[in-house]
Design a protein around this ligand. Structure first.
Ligand SMILES: Nc1nc2c(ncn2[C@@H]2O[C@H](COP(=O)(O)OP(=O)(O)OP(=O)(O)O)[C@@H](O)[C@H]2O)c(=O)[nH]1
Length: 314
């Protein structure tokens, strides 16, 4: 072979490789700027859970030390319960070979717990075998707080009417699936206008907080929901095995309220703050919408008021 004749071809090949390398360097610069500037946690791990790459944003995390992060396992870097949660999702992404979307919670440098929405997906080697996972996490703490505050009543901390309307269908489906009786309980403070008039608005606010406290004290099982749906109107949505159990839970709210023993000069005969309640029930098979169930509970509450208040009517 004439080596001299090959020189131009070699030079051309070198020039081509240089151009390709320049393009790759360009891509690398873009990739690195993305990693450095994205307000996201971006990392890769090997299949043993060791971090192989972490972007600059990891600096927000409590205890993060750039010099000591890459090469170490999540179990060395995070408290056990957080590490376990992080690693579980990586393992799922690798085993199931698909993107896994999960919420994860980690502490920031200021010791606050932040909620992240994380997508984890597998990375492959040149033979198509999974050899690592990549995680991209977005901080959703603020969005979640805004979402929560839009459905939370500030005075009592209970969920508001908006959330009540949002949740009803879900609760109805759940009760039906579990073959349970769904109870809607409406509650109203007796002669609250007179209470406010005599004791003042701030004292009235404290009464509303005591009502919320009593509701929470009686309805504390997972799935029990308590709402403040208006000024002095409250609602509970909960399931039970039957009307007897439902009414027993309502009676517990009344007992808890009585335990607060808040004087109410204009509320005879006991002269304490009391509640009237109306209960309506939705059997697992019944087809009744929120409006109809609400009307039934409201009519029951009206009866409770007219039968002399401080009672539960159905
Ligand atoms: N302190 C306080 N009062 C409130 C608030 N929201 C509404 N109220 C008052 O709640 C009272 C509601 O009274 P009503 O529903 O008319 O009736 P009531 O006096 O409770 O009488 P009955 O329901 O018939 O026993 C009104 O005086 C409102 O001003 C609040 O956030 N704080």
């Amino acid at each position: 072979m004439d080596e001299a004749a090959n020189v131009p071809a070699l030079l051309e090949e070198i020039a081509r490789l240089r151009r390709e390398l320049a393009v790759l360097h360009g891509h690398n610069r873009v990739f690195n700027s993305l990693l450095d500037n994205a307000p996201l946690l971006i990392s890769t791990k090997d299949l043993e859970g060791r971090i192989t790459m972490a972007n600059r944003h990891f600096d927000v995390l409590d205890g993060y030390d750039a010099a000591n992060f890459v090469g170490r396992s999540v179990f060395e870097l995070f408290p056990p319960e957080i590490a376990e949660q992080l690693w579980r999702n990586d393992r799922r992404a690798a085993l199931e070979q698909r993107a896994v979307l999960e919420e994860e919670a980690v502490h920031h440098r200021d010791k606050t717990l932040h909620t992240y929405m994380t997508v984890k997906f597998p990375l492959y080697d040149e033979h198509g075998q999974v050899n690592a996972t990549c995680a991209v996490s977005t901080d959703i703490t603020q969005a979640r707080a805004a979402e929560d505050s839009s459905v939370t009543d500030e005075l009592t901390g209970l969920k508001n009417r908006r959330y009540f309307n949002m949740r009803f269908n879900e609760e109805q489906k759940r009760a039906r699936r579990d073959g349970r009786l769904l109870t809607l309980l409406l509650l109203d403070v007796d002669r609250f206008k007179q209470y406010n008039d005599h004791y003042g608005h701030p004292a009235g606010d404290a009464v509303l907080q005591a009502v919320a406290h009593s509701m929470r004290a009686a309805l504390h099982r997972a799935g029990d929901l308590c709402f403040r749906i208006g000024g002095d109107e409250f609602a509970c949505l909960y399931t039970s095995s039957g009307t007897e159990e439902s009414l027993a839970l309502a009676a517990e709210i009344r007992t808890a309220m009585a335990a607060h023993a808040i004087p109410h000069r204009d509320n005879p005969p006991g002269l304490l703050v009391t509640l009237s309640m109306g209960a309506a029930f939705l059997a697992a098979g019944a087809e009744l919408g929120l409006d109809q169930l609400y009307l039934l509970a409201d009519q029951a509450l009206y009866r409770a008021k007219h039968l002399g208040r401080d009672r539960i009517a159905t």
